[in-house]
Design a protein around this ligand. Structure first.
Ligand SMILES: *Cc1c(COP(=O)(O)O)cnc(C)c1O
Length: 406
């Protein structure tokens, strides 16, 4: 991988016309180790957040030895990057052939489910392979309610009464029982986990069967930018949030159980930024070489505001506008699709123009993993950068949404 001190150095040296991902292994290691040191249990990185080999390898080096996987391609990616790592197959609804592959080829012994038909599928494979059910932990995924930028309980999760029946059923067969939930991504209220724990406690006491493990899922919020015209969202830091989660776990008497978390975003978001180029400026619109069908689909949903930094092209000798005036630009993506327009503006100096670059920060989560080849555009260049996105940079080249509030 080519290596630069900053993304600005890279942009000025490479003058890239295609998007460039700037990977910061030290930031990834820091954020992975911080999570592991704060969470009082096993950290299982959620591979769907960013399953690139260079990310998985860096995580393995940082000491992550457990991965939350959902598909054969994810099993293979983890096996390749971290051959000794444990995998948790936490997709509640699986193809029977994938269950077989997980158990037979990858030696996976932890799975989740939210319906009795899934128990039947798993049991069929277990019988066919003559595996002792007592070596397998089945986590019942419970439905949760709460506020996250992305709610996932609409799709998965058993209601409390149903979860009780499922636990009793899998205990009767001889599987080990676990309880899990996933409150959604980028939670917006610290109480979200507590409500889920309360529900898990009710289910456990009603089921009356031994529960050997509790998995609190992902959802831990990453740090992003914010729209300067709106009030900054009031979210506790990860340290505070984890303090509260630990207290809640103790209050609901889950602290004597082995715990698992499945963080994605909070571990990988900060470690990658993206250099995009302005292909054309048309009034207050910028046409860039990336968009919702490539790295920016997560921000397209309108929930996340990414911080952005202006990297002017020194080859441009004349500019209109005032360099210290930060104004909103509508950002149009690379494809010919008319929905390929970001739902939030980028706030940048008025002088930004055709040929300039923008470094979009904290984009490691749900960016590379959501790229499509739509219309023939597929950003795939990765370089290594030493300096964290939030460090350095001359003020006039800094269009972070955060500093605008000052
Ligand atoms: C996506 C997902 C995660 C990761 O969520 P983040 O919000 O990125 O932390 C964890 N667990 C499950 C089951 C998921 O589907």
């Amino acid at each position: 991988m080519e290596r630069y001190k900053t993304a600005i150095d890279a942009a000025l040296d490479l003058r890239p016309d295609q998007p460039v991902y700037c990977f910061r292994p030290d930031v990834l290691r820091h954020d992975a180790q911080q999570f592991q040191s704060l969470f009082p249990g096993k950290t299982a990185y959620a591979v769907k957040t960013n399953g690139e080999p260079f990310v998985l390898e860096a995580l393995a080096k940082a000491g992550i030895s457990c991965f939350d996987v959902a598909s054969p391609a994810e099993f293979a990616a983890v096996k390749e990057a971290a051959p000794k790592a444990e995998m948790l197959y936490m997709h509640p609804i699986k193809a029977q052939s994938d269950i077989r592959l997980a158990l037979e080829t990858y030696g996976i012994r932890t799975l989740s489910l939210d319906h009795e038909d899934e128990v039947a599928k798993i049991l069929r494979v277990v019988r066919a392979l003559d595996i002792d059910p007592g070596t397998i932990t089945l986590f019942v995924r419970i439905a949760t309610k709460g506020h996250a930028a992305y709610e996932l309980s609409k799709k998965f999760g058993a209601a409390p009464g149903h979860a009780v029946e499922l636990l009793q059923r899998i205990d009767r067969i001889g599987f080990k029982c676990g309880l899990c939930f996933h409150v959604g991504s980028q939670i917006e209220e610290p109480e979200t986990y507590e409500r889920a724990l309360a529900s898990a406690d009710w289910i456990r006491s009603r089921a009356g069967v031994p529960v050997v493990e509790l998995d609190v899922g992902g959802g831990f919020p990453a740090v992003y930018g914010h729209d300067p015209r709106r009030k900054a969202p009031e979210m506790p830091s990860l340290v505070e949030l984890m303090g509260q989660l630990k207290a809640d776990i103790a209050d609901w008497q889950f602290d004597d159980l082995p715990l698992v978390a499945e963080p994605g975003r909070v571990i990988v978001a900060r470690s990658i930024s993206l250099i995009v180029r302005v292909l054309l400026k048309k009034g207050r619109r910028l046409y860039i070489n990336d968009g919702i069908w490539a790295s920016l689909s997560d921000s397209w949903t309108g929930k996340i505001t990414l911080p952005a930094r202006f990297i002017p092209d020194p080859a441009r000798k004349t500019r209109a506008g005032q360099p210290d005036k930060i104004v909103p630009f509508k950002v149009c993506g690379a494809t010919c699709d008319s929905v390929d327009i970001l739902s939030r503006p980028f706030w940048l100096p008025e002088t930004v123009d055709t040929g300039d670059w923008i470094e979009i920060g904290h984009i490691g989560a749900y960016s590379l993993s959501l790229r499509t080849r739509f219309n023939g555009f597929y950003p795939d260049k990765v370089i290594e950068v030493d300096t964290p996105f939030d460090f350095g940079a001359a003020p006039e080249g800094f269009a972070s949404i955060e500093t605008m509030a000052d």
